[in-house]
Design a protein around this ligand. Structure first.
Ligand SMILES: Cc1ncc(COP(=O)(O)O)c(C=O)c1O
Length: 567
């Protein structure tokens, strides 16, 4: 049989097309396999599901027995709840009043008040244990609310408070005094900035520095630079990691836009490395080393604590080994490795996560505590990556601006902070950091175990998270018992406790007493009643059934009107 050249060409093109499609399909499959199986790993599905979940709530009866508790247990819980409510109403009266009044105008307060507990319990909790979000003073490791109650601060001001509030008050005062003559002049620089840049180069081991107003902006700039220099489009971030609230690094629930140039991959996974090796469109990989405490899990929040939660365990050697592998693949593929140290920078070690894990990044972002108590974001990077223009193409630039970048007051407070790092007093705080905080963790866990309480803590140095050792639908109640015992948590609740390094052994021992007392009271009030039939799986199944039931009921109401079937 004779093959015409046109036929041969046709088959050739066909074969090439099939081969290309198979290769593309395989790459797509590899990408899917490199995603974490949880919803956080699948932004689009998470978005759709979020829209599917209807609001419903438990009434005053079901609130106390949503886990199938007996009548007696529900009655115990109700009595405990009422007593706690009474404590709140009397002890925090003015703080609650001021919070409720301000919430009328502050959307942030409305949001944080609503998202403290799983939504099914929200209305009862807000009515009886209202938010008390105002404080008037800080001293040592304590905050004072509007009713003059002094409580231990476990919020760490979102991580900013590393060295103690008194330290930052002094830093801000000294810094302000230094730049008073200049005032808030922008566009020119106070000499402090040059010294800051030099000190940051030394700390980061990198060549250049740029200043921004927040951690979010620093991350935006680092990613922009990576895209500019690699001429590639995509950002890789790891499942669960927070990098600020800019669209491209926050795909999924919370961000109404669909991010099209972000891959969210599984952290500590060979499959993720395979994707990095194969894809040619990846500009950079973002790592938030805080995730070492709970890889692939979103920052734990009590509003999502419907069962015993995800757990946490930090393994320094394993995470360090992962970062080294990641470093090697990024170097091999000319992908920019960005360490986002906005949270952990200066907290794990003076040289941050790079020093702590012994791995060098190409770009590093800092923020929070580096501002010496004032708002800031910083990018440190390799000289070739930090450059914002091309010598041979003058019109091809990479813009980064911001009115308040390099504000003299911020630069001066930062200068005070960076100088303080070199003093023997601060040096002493960093000495045996992990040993100190791990011993404190063990001390609290031993007390909790001795009291037979179903609570433990896990930590990455001074960043802690509360874990629960038995299934329950009520773990989120612990935040209210802790507050009543004098421990202040941030609005996300027990998922994140942040200590400042100025906690003395005596301060910490007092916190342990309060913590154990709070958990003991919660235990006595019956919230951790053990139902052998209750597992995390059965809890999730119950909630899913409720959600589907509610959707169905709404559909029926829409079709039949008020649920009344016409005969
Ligand atoms: C790792 C990380 N990156 C970026 C950000 C965003 O910083 P900012 O809140 O200053 O915008 C945060 C904030 O918590 C963070 O933890």
């Amino acid at each position: 049989m004779q093959w015409g050249s046109a036929t041969l060409a046709f088959y050739g093109i066909g074969a090439a097309a099939v081969a290309t499609s198979v290769a593309a399909l395989r790459k797509r499959l590899e990408l899917s396999q490199a995603k974490h199986p949880s919803l956080s790993g699948h932004a689009r599905i998470a978005h759709r599901l979020a829209r599917f979940v209807p609001f419903y709530e438990y009434d005053a009866e079901r609130f106390f027995c949503s886990d199938g508790a007996t009548h007696d247990i529900a009655a115990r819980r109700r009595a405990g709840f009422n007593q706690l409510s009474q404590i709140y109403r009397t002890r925090f009266a003015e703080t609650i009043r001021a919070t409720a009044e301000a919430a009328e105008s502050l959307s942030d307060l409305q949001f944080t008040a609503a998202y403290r507990v799983p939504f099914q319990y929200r209305r009862m909790v807000r009515a009886h244990l209202p938010s008390a979000s105002f404080v008037q003073a800080s001293h040592g490791v304590m905050l004072t609310d509007l009713d003059a109650n002094r409580s231990y601060d476990l919020t760490g001001s979102y991580g900013v408070n590393l060295l103690g509030y008194d330290f930052y008050k002094a830093t801000i005062d000294r810094g302000a005094a230094r730049v008073r003559e200049l005032g808030p002049v922008l566009g020119f620089y106070h000499p402090a900035i040059a010294e800051n840049a030099n000190m940051l180069k030394e700390i980061s081991g990198l060549d250049e520095v740029s200043f921004h107003m927040s951690g979010t902006e620093a991350v935006m700039q680092a990613v922009r630079l990576a895209r500019y220099h690699t001429c590639r489009s995509h950002v890789v971030r790891f499942c669960g990691a927070y990098h600020g609230w800019w669209d491209d690094v926050q795909p999924g629930v919370g961000n109404p836009t669909a991010t099209r140039q972000t891959y969210t991959l599984t952290e500590m996974s060979e499959r993720a490395l395979r994707v990095l090796r194969k894809r040619r469109n990846i500009a950079c990989v973002l790592v938030n080393p805080l995730q070492a405490l709970h890889p692939n899990i979103s920052p734990p929040s009590d509003s999502a604590l419907i069962d015993s939660g995800a757990g946490a365990h930090f393994d320094k050697a394993r995470y360090g080994a992962w970062l080294k592998k990641l470093r090697a693949v990024c170097s091999e593929r000319s992908i920019v490795l960005i360490f986002d140290e906005v949270f952990v920078g200066f907290r794990l070690a003076k040289g941050g996560a790079q020093e702590y894990f012994g791995v060098r990044a190409d770009l590093v972002t800092y923020g929070k505590t580096l501002g010496g108590g004032l708002p800031v974001g910083v990018v440190c990077g390799r000289r070739d990556l930090m450059k914002r223009y091309r010598d041979d193409h003058p019109a091809d630039i990479c813009l980064a601006r911001g009115t308040f970048n390099s504000h003299p007051y911020v630069m001066a407070a930062m200068n005070e902070f960076l100088h303080a790092l070199k003093t023997p007093q601060i040096d002493a705080l960093y000495r045996d950091l992990d040993e100190v905080w791990n011993a404190r963790r063990d001390m609290l866990n031993a007390r909790l175990a001795a009291a037979d309480l179903p609570v433990r803590v896990a930590n990455l140095s001074s960043i802690w998270t509360v874990c629960y050792t038995q299934p329950s639908r009520y773990h989120w109640m612990l935040q209210y018992y802790l507050r009543a015992e004098g421990l202040l948590l941030s609005w996300i609740g027990t998922g994140r406790l942040i200590f400042s390094l100025n906690y003395s052994d005596a301060d910490f021992a007092a916190v342990v007493d309060c913590f154990v007392a709070a958990a003991g009271a919660m235990q006595r009030d019956g919230w951790w009643w053990r139902n052998p039939a209750l597992t995390d799986r059965t809890i999730k199944r119950t909630v899913l059934k409720e959600i589907i039931g509610e959707r169905w009921a709404r559909l029926r109401r829409a079709v039949f009107g008020n649920g009344q079937r016409t005969a």
